[in-house]
Unconditional design. Structure first.
Length: 88
């Protein structure tokens, strides 16, 4: 599954890569080179991050589903209990 990002997010990511390489690697990247590097990251490393995010969500959802019975449980046969309470 290819990871797609919106045009505004892509442009912001490209600008961020250009700034990072200029400030930390003393290397100036042009718009095209930064776009190519971003494409590489999305294709090569993006699926790893995506798969981990999916696994994290599955784990959290499973935990929530396992707690549903505690949140919505109702005891049966409660009608007579209201009459069996000690009267004052």
């Amino acid at each position: 599954m290819a990871i797609e990002i919106s045009k505004p997010d892509r442009q912001q990511a490209i600008e961020s890569l250009m700034r990072y390489t200029a400030e930390h690697l003393d290397e100036r990247l042009g718009n095209v080179a930064a776009g190519a590097l971003l494409g590489f990251f999305l294709e090569e490393i993006g699926p790893l991050i995506y798969n981990q995010a999916v696994a994290d969500v599955q784990e959290r959802l499973l935990a929530r589903v396992q707690e549903v019975d505690l949140e919505v449980h109702e005891d049966a046969f409660q009608y007579w209990r209201k009459f069996d309470r000690p009267r004052r």
